[in-house]
Design a protein around this ligand. Structure first.
Ligand code: ATP
Ligand code: MG
Length: 566
C-alpha cells in the first residue's frame, strides 16, 4: 500500500475523555475514530489489526474442534423471556420495537440463541458433545463506557458455547477452551494471568478469567508468587486467620461520640487502632435487612456476601431502613441489641474488647465482647482480600495487582438448557438436559490490551502477528528522484514476495515520515536515503533503537526472513 493512497486521518486534538494510552494511541494513529459515546469506527489500519486478532482467535478455536457460525445481533424478546433474562438485563440491554410493535433487542450475549439452536437439532446423546462459536458484535448499554474500545457499548466478542451430556464431558470441553485461549493469547504476545472468577449465585460450577495485567485494569486480582494461586478479588479467598490469644475482657461502656461516625474519626477520638473498631453495615438482601460486621480497616466483598446469602439482590440499606433497624442515625450501627441476622467476618472470630456503634445516635460502645454482649448468626469470609493476605493454598503472603479482563471461561451448568427445555435422549432411552459451558473473548478489547502492553513515547509497537503491515519502506527523496525509484522497486519486490508492505511515497520531510511510521507501529522500517545510489539502505526494527546500514539485497532478504519466521 502506498501511503499517498492510505486513508489515515491522524488527529491533532484528542477528545478530553481519552485518558489511557491505548485509547490515545488508537485515535492518534488513526486506528479508530469515535462515532458517539462508546461506539467506534475501525479505520483501515485498525481494521487490519482487528481482523488479524480475530483470525488468531478463530484459528485456535477451530483447532480445538469448535465450529464457527454467525448469529444475528437483532433479536426478538421471546427467548429472553423464556430464560427469564428479559428483565434481568435491565438498563444494560438495548431494547427496541419493530414496526409491528414486537419487543426486540440488540444481543448483549447469546446463551439463549445457541441453546435454542441446539434444542432444535439434538435428539440423542450421539449428537453431543458440541461446541459452537461466533465472532460477532455485541451491544451493552454500559453505564460508564470508557477507555475507548476497552469498554464500549458496541464491541466484538468471540462467544462460544459447549453442550455436553455430563460434568465429565463439560470438564473436557472447558479444558479445550482453556488451552485454546492460552494458545491464542500467547500467539498475540499478551502477558496475562488466569484467575479464579466468581461464577455467580445462580449456578455455575467454575469460572476463570484471562487478565491482562495493567495499571488501568478495572479488576483487582490477588495472586501468590509461590504456588501460582490467582483470583479476582471478587472471588478470592485466603487462609483463615488464626484466632488471637485471649486477654481479659473489659467491661462494656458507652461513650459520647458526637458527630463522629467514620472509622478514622472514632479511632482518632478514642485513641485506638482502626482494626479495633468494628463496623456494622446494614444491607437489604432481597428486601430483608441483614447486618455485616467487619474490621474497620476492611472492605466488604459484596459479591461474596451475596453469594453466601444466595439472594438475587443485595443493596446497602437506605437511611430509612437503617434508622428503623438501629433506632439511630446512619453511622452508629452496632451488634449489641440488633435484631436482624448478623454475619461477622471470619477475622472477628475471637476478637475481644472491640469498639462498635451503640445503635444510638452520637454514641459508641467500647469493651464489647462476643457472647457476653452480642451474638452472631454466622461467621463468614466476607471481607475483600488485600495485599499481604495469606494464600489459601500455601499460606505465603499474596500480592495485589490490576487486570483488564480479555477472556472468560465459565462452567455454566444447566441453567439455560433447563429454562429453554433443551433435551436429548440418553443411551438408555431417558430424557436428559445437556450441561453447558460458555466462553467469551473481547476481541476489540484485546486490540487495546495489546497496545497497553506494547508502546513507547513514539507510538504503538505492534507484535508482528497483528501489525497492520509488516514493513514500511520510507523513501527519502524528491518525487521522481533516484531514491524514490529504488524505494518503489524494493516495495514492489517485497509485495511480490508476500510481505505486507507500506511504501511512504508522500512528499513529506523525513521527520514526518519517521514519526508516522513509529506512531502506527510498523515492526520493521527500511529507509532509502542518499546512500541508496551506492546500494546501501537502513534497517530499523520498531522495538529497538538500532539502525543498521546494509546492502539492498541483504535488507530485502532479512525482511522476507523476518516475516516468515514465527
Ligand atoms: P466486564 O466485567 O469487563 O464488564 P463481563 O464479565 O461483563 O466484562 P463477559 O460477559 O464475560 O463480560 O464477556 C466476555 C468478554 O467480552 C469479556 O471478557 C471482555 O473481554 C469483553 N467485554 C465485555 N464487556 C465489554 C465492553 N463493554 N466493551 C468491550 N469488551 C467487553
Ligand atoms: Mg466476564
Amino acid at each position: 500500500m502506498k501511503m499517498s493512497n492510505l486513508f489515515m486521518p491522524t488527529i491533532r486534538e484528542l477528545p478530553s475523555d481519552a485518558e489511557v494510552t491505548s485509547h490515545i494511541l488508537m485515535l492518534r494513529a488513526a486506528m479508530i475514530r469515535q462515532v458517539t459515546s462508546g461506539s467506534y469506527c475501525y479505520l483501515p489500519l485498525g481494521y487490519r489489526v482487528l481482523r488479524k486478532v480475530e483470525q488468531v482467535i478463530r484459528e485456535e478455536m477451530d483447532k480445538s474442534g469448535a465450529l464457527e457460525l454467525h448469529m444475528p445481533a437483532l433479536l426478538s424478546s421471546d427467548l429472553f423471556r423464556e430464560s427469564g433474562r428479559w428483565d434481568v438485563f435491565g438498563a444494560s440491554m438495548f431494547k427496541l420495537k419493530d414496526r409491528n410493535d414486537r419487543d426486540m433487542c440488540l444481543g448483549p450475549t447469546h446463551e439463549e440463541l445457541f441453546t435454542d439452536l441446539v434444542r432444535s437439532w439434538i435428539h440423542s446423546y450421539k449428537n453431543l458433545p458440541i461446541t459452537l462459536y461466533q465472532i460477532q458484535t455485541k451491544f451493552r448499554d454500559e453505564p460508564r463506557p470508557r477507555y475507548g474500545v476497552i469498554r464500549s457499548k458496541e464491541f466484538i466478542m468471540k462467544d462460544a458455547y459447549s453442550f455436553d451430556v455430563d460434568e465429565e464431558g463439560l470438564d473436557i470441553s472447558y479444558n479445550k477452551m482453556y488451552k485454546a485461549y492460552c494458545a491464542a493469547f500467547d500467539r498475540l504476545g499478551l502477558k496475562y494471568m488466569i484467575v479464579d472468577a466468581d461464577s455467580g449465585a445462580m449456578g455455575g460450577s467454575g469460572s476463570q478469567e484471562y487478565m491482562v495485567l495493567s495499571p488501568i485494569g478495572e479488576d483487582d486480582i490477588v495472586y501468590c508468587d509461590k504456588c501460582r494461586y490467582a483470583a479476582n478479588v471478587e472471588k478470592a479467598t485466603f487462609k483463615t486467620p488464626v484466632v488471637p490469644e485471649q486477654v481479659e475482657e473489659q467491661t462494656m461502656e458507652k461513650i459520647y461520640t458526637p458527630g463522629f461516625h467514620t472509622i478514622a474519626q472514632i479511632s482518632e477520638f478514642l485513641k485506638v487502632e482502626a482494626n479495633q473498631v468494628v463496623k456494622t453495615l446494614i444491607y437489604l438482601a432481597d428486601g430483608k435487612p441483614v447486618a455485616a460486621m467487619l474490621r474497620g480497616d476492611r472492605d466488604l466483598n459484596e459479591l461474596k456476601f451475596q453469594n453466601f446469602l444466595g439472594c438475587a439482590d443485595l443493596i446497602m440499606a437506605d437511611p430509612y431502613t437503617v434508622r428503623d433497624v438501629t433506632h439511630s442515625e446512619v453511622g452508629y450501627a452496632g451488634p449489641v441489641g440488633l435484631e436482624v441476622p448478623i454475619y461477622a467476618d471470619t477475622e472477628l472470630r475471637g476478637m475481644q474488647n472491640m469498639v462498635v456503634g451503640a445503635n444510638e445516635t452520637d454514641y459508641h460502645l467500647r469493651g464489647v465482647n462476643l457472647v457476653r454482649d452480642y451474638n452472631v448468626t454466622e461467621f463468614v469470609e466476607i471481607r475483600k482480600a488485600i495485599s499481604g493476605d495469606a494464600c489459601p493454598v500455601c499460606g505465603e503472603p499474596m500480592q495485589l495487582t490490576k487486570g483488564v479482563e480479555v477472556g472468560h471461561i465459565f462452567k455454566l451448568g444447566r441453567k439455560y438448557t433447563e429454562a429453554l427445555n433443551c433435551t436429548y435422549t440418553t443411551a438408555d432411552g431417558k430424557e436428559d438436559t445437556p450441561i453447558m459451558g460458555c466462553y467469551g473473548i473481547g476481541v476489540t478489547r484485546v486490540v487495546a490490551a495489546i497496545i497497553e502492553q506494547s508502546y513507547d513515547d513514539d507510538g504503538i509497537i505492534w507484535p508482528k502477528i497483528v501489525a497492520p503491515y509488516h514493513a514500511v519502506i520510507v523513501g527519502l527523496g524528491k518525487p521522481e528522484s533516484e531514491e524514490m525509484r529504488i524505494s518503489e522497486d524494493i516495495y514492489t519486490r517485497l509485495v511480490d514476495a508476500g510481505v505486507e508492505a507500506l511504501y511512504d511515497d508522500r512528499n513529506e520531510r523525513a521527520g514526518v515520515k519517521f514519526k508516522d511510521a513509529d506512531l502506527i507501529g510498523i515492526p520493521v522500517r527500511l529507509t532509502v536515503g542518499r546512500k541508496a545510489k551506492d546500494g546501501i539502505v537502513e534497517l530499523k526494527y520498531r522495538n529497538s533503537k538500532d539502525v543498521r546500514e546494509l546492502p539492498i539485497e541483504e535488507a530485502i532478504k532479512e525482511i522476507k526472513a523476518y516475516v516468515k519466521q514465527d
